[in-house]
Design a protein around this ligand. Structure first.
Ligand code: MLT
Length: 331
């Protein structure tokens, strides 16, 4: 039996039968045993994954009685942070929040160092977030139709920000390029957070981001919101039409997020983490804040590891042909 297997077996036994241990040892052995949990956010601070991750970390801390500490590990469209968790000890003290990129990276990266379906335990779906097309304040378009016209005319003179190959923003940009048959110039960052100063300073032209980080900038009139990517207009972004209404039939995309632990995390620990996730997503403060940012928690039936795993597998298959047709890959 390997050292790691022995460790996992002992941990599972401690969780399953704490009553067999003497009083003091019981408190020590039962996970999380007073030890903090690191929640890896695979993007820079200040973006949508960060916004959701920090809310979750705070609410899960309350339920678990230990600190859940959010740590940003950005780069390569989220794959660096994801790989950090794939390599972590499966002891429940390192977990991951990631988005739809978990399902697009296997097609986009020819040499991805992890397999999303075997390197992780899926702990439950968290939220599905709409996106919104944004422009810099001085971009000379009054509405989405004009934005489309200007980017068709501008082609590669138009700068589009994104959070790297495999990010949600990259996916949204790729879908727009495919719909229009146009190529823009893409500038990649380690997450959405660092893109906003560039957009507000008029150094980037356009960006497609999730409402969870875009709404505060829209409300402060620091950027222009052109269209949301939902089928119907979104109450959280009032007065902004859908991309479909703005002239792009079928342009609908929502960015799902899930919570993960490294493969081999003992089942009782997975179950406790799922319980903490569900408690966090039922917390009225979290529900109110997420709803106000356009991204209410997933229904309880989807805050579930098995549903999450099936969704991930289906999404990998769903995006593969679309991304292969778009033809942008990392080697
Ligand atoms: C993405 O584009 O995947 C995210 O917006 C990046 C982030 O959360 O910062």
């Amino acid at each position: 039996m390997s050292v790691q297997t022995t460790r996992r077996t002992l941990l599972a036994a401690a969780l399953a039968a704490p009553a067999l241990l003497p009083q003091g040892a019981r408190a020590q052995a039962a996970w999380p045993a007073g030890q903090p949990i690191t929640l890896i956010i695979p993007f820079a601070p200040g973006g949508p994954t960060d916004a959701v991750g920090r809310m979750l970390a705070e609410a899960m801390s309350r339920d678990l009685g230990v600190n859940v500490v959010a740590q940003n590990v950005g780069g390569a469209g989220g794959t660096i942070g994801v790989n950090r968790v794939a390599q972590a000890r499966p002891d429940g003290h390192t977990i991951l929040l990631h988005n739809i990129g978990m399902s697009t990276a296997p097609t986009l990266y020819r040499r991805l160092p992890y397999n999303p379906l075997t390197a992780f335990e899926t702990l439950g779906l968290v939220t599905a977030t709409p996106m919104v097309w944004l422009t810099r304040p001085d971009f000379p378009a009054a509405n989405f139709g004009e934005m489309i016209r200007l980017i068709r005319e501008g082609g590669e003179r138009i700068n589009l920000g994104n959070a790297g190959l495999g990010s949600a923003s990259q996916l949204c940009g790729t879908l727009l390029q495919a719909s229009l048959g146009t190529r823009f110039t893409t500038v990649s960052f380690a997450g959405s957070g660092p893109i906003y100063p560039e957009l507000m300073a008029n150094r980037l032209d356009i960006y497609c981001d999730q409402t969870t980080s875009a709404i505060p900038f829209i409300q402060a009139n620091q950027i222009k919101a052109m269209a949301v990517t939902t089928a119907e207009p979104l109450p959280a972004v009032p007065g902004v039409p859908t991309a479909i209404q703005g002239g792009l039939p079928g342009f609908e995309v929502a960015i799902w997020h899930g919570l993960y632990a490294p493969a081999g995390t003992p089942k009782p620990v997975q179950d406790r983490l799922n319980q903490a996730l569900r408690a966090a997503l039922a917390d009225p403060r979290v529900v109110e804040r997420m709803t106000g940012l356009g991204s209410p928690p997933e229904p309880v039936s989807r805050q579930n590891g098995e549903v999450h795993r099936a969704h991930l597998a289906a999404e990998i298959e769903r995006w593969r042909p679309i991304l292969q047709a778009a033809g942008q890959f990392a080697d």
